[in-house]
Design a protein around this ligand. Structure first.
Ligand code: FCB
Length: 458
């Protein structure tokens, strides 16, 4: 179903004045685009291991080559410039710079990010550096990974390396991308690396990732003058799939794990009561003060509401289900509900009182080149227009939203779904590595230009 029936936006994004300094960007992550997984001394991550296990990824796809961004970053920065981006969010591959996660540094890995950052700056695009987008060094996984309390120290040491090397040129740092997602998918549902289904492993990982976040905030604050530090959370309404009482309980539990387990301790200094009881065993005196360090912004990733049902046989008693069939959906079956995005922005503003950057929002589909070699993607354009319009309404309602990053710049390796799900505004032909701006990229470029013009003239 497309968006024909969705009557948005109220004020078209093109005609709206955005707050002064509002940033328009795009996001990617290291494992999803870089490829070159064995080049120049890079170590293995938990994703390198998982993708080579049979049956883990649709069609056996891997990120071994992905978009070959490691070698083609200059061309990709050129595309960003053509689109007119103000900012670009990328992640550093921890095993590229520290092949075993700690100890010996891989100079060639650091050099790559120097080249990328310098090209961005030369193009007038602000680099937004995320320390962790799910690719834990495999050597650390073998020491227990996030289940090991020492992981907070490993992460802090990695943050020291990054801060010292790039802090002269990079000022915007995110600690983690979507900690709720990689802990639930990686330790409860076994949809992602490290592929564990165990309640205790999950709870330990949650707490240690929170500690790692706090430790990294301190490092960045100490070592990078003028750093603007945040964490990125995927926040979406969790809805019961049906009317069974168990479904409601499943949705409430998912809301705790998905929406609250990280921002609450990180920003408000407490675990929500039910979660606090469950996690108590791993929490030592002083931990909440270590986790709750002042940050400068809230990174919000938002795509769609999610639907939960009870499943007593599952690790946490809940199961993820498809959306109700009558709801409008994206090309990959995610429900389209721009009002939920507006309401989520308002809620994040009310609850956390931090400037908000939308660090991911986008539309997945199985895009194809047409006979003229173009990708015409009106459904993606309608989705982005509706969601950007909803963001405008949230701003009108008082939410302090300061930037928007589309997911994603490029089609890329979409984790367990492989290359079949395309979220890019730039099409990537994986056989030739040719890039082509989709219609949505041209639309986004026009929107950015129009937004700048209206904002400058107001
Ligand atoms: C987010 C992830 C990102 C990508 C998009 C579609 O949850 O952060 O890597 O997979 O979803």
């Amino acid at each position: 179903m497309n968006l024909e029936t969705v009557d948005r936006p109220v004020v078209p994004a093109a005609d709206r004045a955005w707050p002064p300094g509002f940033l328009w960007g795009a996001s990617t992550s290291a494992y999803q685009i870089e490829g070159a997984t064995t080049a120049d001394g890079r170590g293995a991550s938990i994703w390198d291991v998982r993708v080579h296990e049979p049956g883990r990824v649709t069609d056996g796809d891997t990120g071994d080559e992905a978009c070959d961004h490691y070698h083609r970053y200059a061309e990709d920065v050129g595309l960003m410039r053509r689109i007119g981006l103000d900012a670009y969010r990328f992640s550093v591959s921890w095993p590229r710079v520290l092949p075993t996660g700690r100890g010996t540094v891989n100079a060639a890995g650091l050099d790559f990010y120097d080249r990328l950052i310098d090209s961005l700056l030369a193009a007038g695009i602000e680099p937004w550096l995320c320390l962790y987008h799910w690719d834990l060094p495999q050597a650390l996984q073998e020491l227990g990974g996030w289940e090991n309390r020492d992981s907070a120290g490993w992460f802090a040491d990695y943050a020291v390396l990054i801060a010292r090397r790039f802090g002269d040129r990079v000022k915007r740092f995110a600690t983690f991308n979507e900690p709720a997602v990689f802990t639930i998918f990686g330790y409860v549902l076994d949809w992602q690396a490290p592929g564990i289904k165990n309640r205790d492993s999950y709870l330990a990982a949650v707490h240690h990732v929170n500690l790692a976040h706090g430790a990294a905030v301190d490092v960045l604050r100490d070592l990078v003058p003028g750093a603007q530090i945040g964490a990125i959370h995927n926040r979406q309404p969790c809805r019961p799939a049906g009317s069974e009482p168990g479904d409601l309980a499943a949705a409430e539990l998912m809301d705790l794990c998905w929406n609250q387990a990280f921002p609450e301790p990180q920003i408000r200094g407490t675990y929500p009561p039910r979660f606090a009881e469950a996690i108590e065993r791993w929490v030592k005196a002083g931990d909440l003060a270590r986790i709750c360090r002042p940050t400068d912004w809230f990174g919000l990733n938002h795509y769609s509401p999610i639907y939960m049902k009870a499943d007593p046989s599952a690790e946490l008693g809940f199961a993820w289900t498809g959306p109700p069939p009558d709801e409008p959906q994206t090309g990959v079956g995610w429900v389209i509900d721009a009002d939920a995005f507006r309401d989520t922005l308002a809620e994040v503003h009310r609850r956390y009182r931090l400037p908000i950057y939308v660090t991911e929002n986008g539309y997945g589909a199985d895009d194809r080149l047409d006979e003229r070699g173009e990708v015409v993607d009106p459904d993606r354009i309608r989705y982005l227009d509706a969601y950007i319009g909803a963001m405008g309404e949230a701003i009108d309602g008082g939410a302090d939203v300061r930037g928007y990053f589309v997911w994603s710049l490029l089609d890329n390796f979409e984790w367990g779904s492989g290359f079949g799900q395309r979220f890019g505004i730039v099409y990537v032909d994986y056989a030739t590595q040719q890039r082509r701006l989709k219609a949505s990229a041209k639309w986004y470029a026009d929107r950015i230009r129009a937004a700048r013009a209206v904002t400058a003239g107001r």
